[in-house]
Design a protein around this ligand. Structure first.
Ligand code: GBH
Length: 489
């Protein structure tokens, strides 16, 4: 099967950055150490463990107590930038704007940032990767209360910029607002596990959550630009995820149209307000009607003022799916306009080889098309903030470090980036592999292993996989090809 998808090792610009990404809840552990407060993920995993494969991240990789070792490991693997997230409840245990700050939590992130810089690894910090303090959820349901959440998030962000911004020059407000809204507040498969029980036809919660996230992002971007950027000189943006889509039946106009509809619901929902300073995509307004909150004139002014401050498009991307519009069925209201996703098309062809996750298949041409779609719509430099996969059968320890599927996946996705840069003229500035190490994969617990470093969760021993060495070597080779590599203009 390998020969069907040969890696071409295409060149990358000399300035192209090689990084690895993680998130606080997935790797830190130390869930109550040094005064850390609870987050919605502590509640979610403990209250009903079947929602997380019976597991929780109380300990996970124990990165909190292995931080120096992990930074040294990154250095030894040639990793140049590290995307981490801060645990809000570690530094403000109850979360709110009047709640006390936990200096021990601040000290941990100071040590982490300093250790990275001592090893010449550039930190990129995500303020929010899904772990809102439980205190804010029990008090006012967090994102479901726009005004309260926005004020508390501003205070948290200001604290981070004040305490870490002298050394952190790359900031992300929220990781994947789509997932927070849909998986957290529509189907409830991720924390806080809020199911819009009234049914998707009338549910307003996910769209309200999205609205809160967009406005909270914009306020914090404005604050950063006014109060911090002049002296700190950093960049700020948000990270959006999204599969790419291909028509289920390429001869059907409705299936071809479904691709665009699906992308606008997935990416345009957040991208249009944030990166274009515009209202929600027309197709969303038309289909969701009054369920979708409206921006006030003041909101739109704020979005217009802040949209050019976003310094990059943060892109998480893993895979591609087929879509079709279910025209003949009664409109049961699948909220994306009766669009169904699948990994097989009308001819029975698969979109690509399967990883161990049913939704994640190797489909690099979709990745290239996705970069084109984003570039055409937003025209902003792209940073790939997450990309990676678990190998089929990787739970089997014997193949854990011998991860050919992952190497092929990563190699082909890097080839797609090269083509996007040199053939399509897109500005792609850097790449973070998901993930530095195996970790707690949310609702799947410790089942899927996304790391380029293997973690034995009994002994906490870290062992680099083949893909860690592959990435180190391929980045060197791809950026070192004197005859072919040209600098980006
Ligand atoms: C990212 O989310 C996260 O940022 C990261 O924390 C996570 O570990 C990583 O990806 C790997 O999953 O079964 O068809 O309903 C990616 C968003 C959300 C994509 C759940 C897949 C399930 C799709 N993921 N989603 S499906």
């Amino acid at each position: 099967a390998g020969s069907e998808f040969p890696i071409k090792n295409l060149k990358l610009p000399k300035s192209f950055g090689y990084g690895a990404a993680t998130a606080a809840y997935q790797i830190e552990g130390a869930s109550t150490q040094d005064g850390k407060g609870k987050s919605i993920w502590d509640t979610f995993s403990h209250l009903e463990p079947s929602r997380t494969n019976g597991e929780n991240a109380d300990i996970t990789c124990d990165h909190y107590n292995h931080m120096e070792e992990d930074v040294q490991l990154m250095k030894s693997l040639g990793i140049e930038t590290y995307r981490l997230s801060i645990s809000w409840s570690r530094i403000i245990p109850l979360g709110g704007r009047d709640d006390p700050v936990n200096e021990a939590g601040i000290a941990f992130y100071n040590r982490l940032i300093d250790t990275l810089l001592e090893h010449s690894i550039t930190p990129s910090v995500t303020l929010y990767h899904w772990d809102v303090p439980e205190g804010l959820y029990s008090k006012y349901k967090a994102f479901l209360n726009t005004k309260e959440f926005r004020a508390d998030f501003e205070r948290y962000a200001r604290l981070c910029f004040t305490r870490f911004g002298d050394r952190v020059k790359s900031w992300v407000t929220f990781n994947e607002p789509y997932i927070i809204s849909i998986f957290g507040h529509l189907n409830g498969s991720l924390a806080p596990g809020h199911c819009a029980e009234v049914g998707t036809e009338t549910a307003t919660e996910p769209w309200l959550v999205g609205h809160t996230l967009i406005l909270s992002h914009a306020s914090v971007v404005q604050m950063y630009a006014r109060e911090f950027q002049p002296s700190q000189n950093g960049k700020i943006s948000i990270v959006l995820n999204g599969h790419f889509y291909e028509p289920y039946d390429e001869t059907k106009q409705t299936d071809i149209d479904a691709v665009q509809v699906r992308l606008e619901f997935y990416v345009g929902w957040f991208g249009d307000p944030i990166y274009l300073g515009k209202d929600y995509p027309a197709v969303m307004k038309e289909y969701l009607g009054a369920r979708l909150p409206s921006f006030t004139p003041d909101d739109l002014d704020l979005l217009k003022v802040t949209c050019p401050i976003n310094g990059f498009y943060g892109m998480n991307h893993y895979s591609t799916k087929f879509v079709r519009q279910l025209m003949d069925l009664p409109a049961k209201d699948d909220w994306t306009r009766n669009i169904e996703e699948s990994s097989t098309n009308s001819k029975g062809e698969e979109i690509g080889p399967a990883s161990s996750m049913p939704w994640l298949r190797l489909a690099p041409s979709g990745f290239r098309k996705m970069m084109n779609w984003i570039w055409d719509r937003y025209h902003l430099p792209i940073i790939i903030t997450e990309n990676g996969c678990p190998c089929p059968g990787e739970a089997d320890i014997k193949i854990a470090t011998d991860d050919h599927f992952r190497q092929r996946y990563l190699g082909l996705y890097l080839d797609a980036i090269s083509q996007a840069i040199y053939e399509d003229g897109i500005e792609v500035q850097g790449y973070y592999v998901w993930s530095l190490m195996d970790n707690f994969e949310w609702s799947s617990g410790f089942g899927p292993r996304y790391g380029i470093v293997h973690v034995d969760f009994q002994t906490l021993k870290r062992t680099p996989k083949g893909s860690a060495y592959y990435l180190q070597e391929t980045f060197q080779a791809r950026r070192n090809d004197q005859t072919r590599v040209e600098e980006r203009p």
